[in-house]
Ligand binder design. Sequence first.
Ligand SMILES: Nc1ncnc2c1ncn2[C@@H]1O[C@H](COP(=O)(O)OP(=O)(O)OP(=O)(O)O)[C@@H](O)[C@H]1O
Ligand SMILES: Cc1ncc(C[n+]2csc(CCOP(=O)(O)O)c2C)c(N)n1
Ligand SMILES: [Mg+2]
Ligand SMILES: [Mg+2]
Ligand SMILES: [Mg+2]
Length: 323
Amino acid sequence: MNEFDLIKTYFAPLATSPDAFGLEDDVASLNPPDGRQLIITTDSLVEGVHFLSEDPLETVAQKLLRVNISDVLAKGGTPWAAVLSLTWPSGRDVRQISSFADGLKADLEHWGISLMGGDTTSTPGPLMLGFTLLAHCPQTGPIRRAGAKQGDDIWVTGTIGDGYLGLKAARGELSLSRPEDVALLAWRYRVPEIPDLSIADLISNVAHASADVSDGLVADIDHIAKASNFQAVIALDDVPFSSAAKLCLEEKKVGRLELITKGDDYQTVFTAPPEAKAAILRASLQHGLDITKIGKIQSGQGVLLQRSNGATIPIRSEGWKHF
Ligand SMILES: Nc1ncnc2c1ncn2[C@@H]1O[C@H](COP(=O)(O)OP(=O)(O)OP(=O)(O)O)[C@@H](O)[C@H]1O
Ligand SMILES: Cc1ncc(C[n+]2csc(CCOP(=O)(O)O)c2C)c(N)n1
Ligand SMILES: [Mg+2]
Ligand SMILES: [Mg+2]
Ligand SMILES: [Mg+2]
């Protein structure tokens, strides 16, 4: 199958918007929906850096979408259209593109995203995937990292640390008294859990500042603190962990500090004024969103960690850095 057959067979069916011209032209066109503002983000995945060579490509495709969708949701945006850049290793069986396309289709459909175009190349190096996601948000614009106010509560969706533990699990470096939890964690690494679409409206309606967690909970809260020129206090006892992560803590396979600093979570962390609490809990109940209050914004700089005895200590974590 040559490059053009491949695009026609696997990617053209994912171009559901007529403005993608069936992936048979030099460009696609876009008009944001009436009354909405266009937002754009891009994140790449590289074999051996973001996923393991032996990971099924169906899950790699889902991870590729989710690491991008998490940025958009955290800004109060609705995912809409996307561009895919595929750099295929010359030594990898091209038939694997079929599983990649299956994973892509599942998540594109789930999130209502049309593929608008892309690029296909080969390389003597590792598999590299670039994904650019276009989305729309209210005319008031995306919720920024800057904007947190003194007295805001800090909230986080889902649970923290499964991606980090899942990498150990996927590498065969984790054993637990419940082996099914090892398998579950490896799955979480390959297909990160991200909040439901309903988080976008909640963020738009109540958040002063917001970001997704990718580099690490502490580092990403620090981004908000820095951009907003305030200090964040995280109550360590309140950070939500999955039952598998709790088992890892009980069986001393990991420490809580590792879980909150290592990243690969893709949940949303946001700040909101205390009076928004009722609306947040209502949305959480109404949409089945899992949202936990984990801290406060106050005057000062950086991030403090509040221990069980109430004492606060500064915590510095740069999070994941490529160089
Ligand atoms: N090579 C680049 N060229 C232009 N802008 C870039 C480049 N790399 C990053 N940026 C921009 O820098 C800012 C921060 O990017 P970063 O990738 O750290 O954010 P993120 O996607 O939220 O985090 P993560 O990559 O860990 O998911 C964004 O505005 C991003 O568009
Ligand atoms: C094989 C393997 N080793 C390490 C990690 C951990 N990791 C890689 S990049 C990243 C931050 C987000 O990426 P970026 O900043 O590029 O968007 C994290 C936490 C992984 N996922 N897979
Ligand atoms: Mg990025
Ligand atoms: Mg990102
Ligand atoms: Mg981000």
